[in-house]
Design a protein around this ligand. Structure first.
Ligand code: ADP
Ligand code: ADP
Length: 229
């Protein structure tokens, strides 16, 4: 579903590479924690996957599309295949929970009956049934992040990317959020979570890919935040 072949990313011609000759293969339905210190290249990897950034060298395949040759006008088609969740939720403050989630489908031109079906179904999937009429500021941080997740997945993308999704949340709430991501993963969605939250990585025992200084230094099934020797 996501494949990098010898990908190097340099932000400026004279900068050290943010990613240096990275190759990886994440298959359909996998759940991956992407770990590594701040500055190790996690966000760069995520932004290359969404084509917010273009690689300096190497090949990137996402949902069957070769991003090297994907014309800019086709990037919206790529983005339909990818839901993205951020640390800071990024909800529309003036809209209800329902409207925040429905908005994505409206932009994509979905029919009203489809929206009426998908939005409640997705709110239930993330554990927000009964909160549809609330405004974002009336919700806890964990609930706001659930709205953001609902918004990312309501279009049923095969890929969900989360960049530090628990960075603003308490440990218990963080665990609940990863449980939601896990539930989404079980609906045949490939999930990639960039994080330096050791608690959740150690608790869930998923595939762990570790970056250091822009290179992959570890890729383990059932991994922990730090390498077990
Ligand atoms: P992480 O997400 O793991 O914290 P990043 O992908 O943000 O790592 O950063 C990887 C490297 O790229 C760092 O050295 C960082 O300083 C550099 N970098 C990130 N964004 C930019 C940018 N817009 N311009 C220049 N350098 C950047
Ligand atoms: P448009 O790009 O047509 O203005 P939106 O911004 O609402 O429409 O985005 C449509 C979908 O594309 C969103 O649901 C979102 O998940 C995805 N998307 C938007 N921006 C990005 C991005 N920078 N990276 C990845 N996916 C994105």
């Amino acid at each position: 579903m996501i494949r990098f072949e010898n990908v190097t990313m340099k932000y400026g011609a004279n900068d050290a590479p943010a990613l240096d000759d990275v190759s990886l293969d994440i298959g359909r339905g996998e759940f991956v924690f992407l770990v590594g210190a701040s500055g190790s290249g996690k966000s760069t990897l995520i932004q290359l996957t969404t084509r917010e950034l273009s690689a300096t060298r190497g090949k990137i395949l996402v949902a069957g599309k070769d991003l090297r040759v994907l014309p800019d006008r086709r990037v919206p088609l790529l983005r339909r295949e990818i839901g993205v969740v951020f640390q800071d939720f990024r909800l529309l403050d003036g809209k209800t929970v329902y409207q925040n989630v429905a908005f994505v489908l409206k932009v994509l031109g979905a029919k009203r009956h489809v929206i009426k079906q998908l939005v409640p179904e997705t709110l239930e999937l993330v554990g927000l049934e009964g909160k549809a009429r609330r405004m974002p500021h009336e919700l806890s941080g964990g609930e706001q992040q659930r709205v953001a997740i609902a918004r990312a997945v309501v279009k049923k993308p095969p890929i969900l990317l989360a960049d530090e999704p628990t960075g603003n949340l308490d440990p218990e709430i963080s665990e609940d959020i990863v449980k939601v991501l896990d539930r989404i993963n079980k609906t045949d969605t490939t999930v990639v979570v960039a994080t330096h939250d050791q608690g959740i990585v150690d608790r869930f025992g998923k595939r762990v890919i570790e970056l250091r200084g822009g290179t992959i230094i570890r890729d383990e099934q059932n991994g922990r935040y730090t390498e077990m020797l």
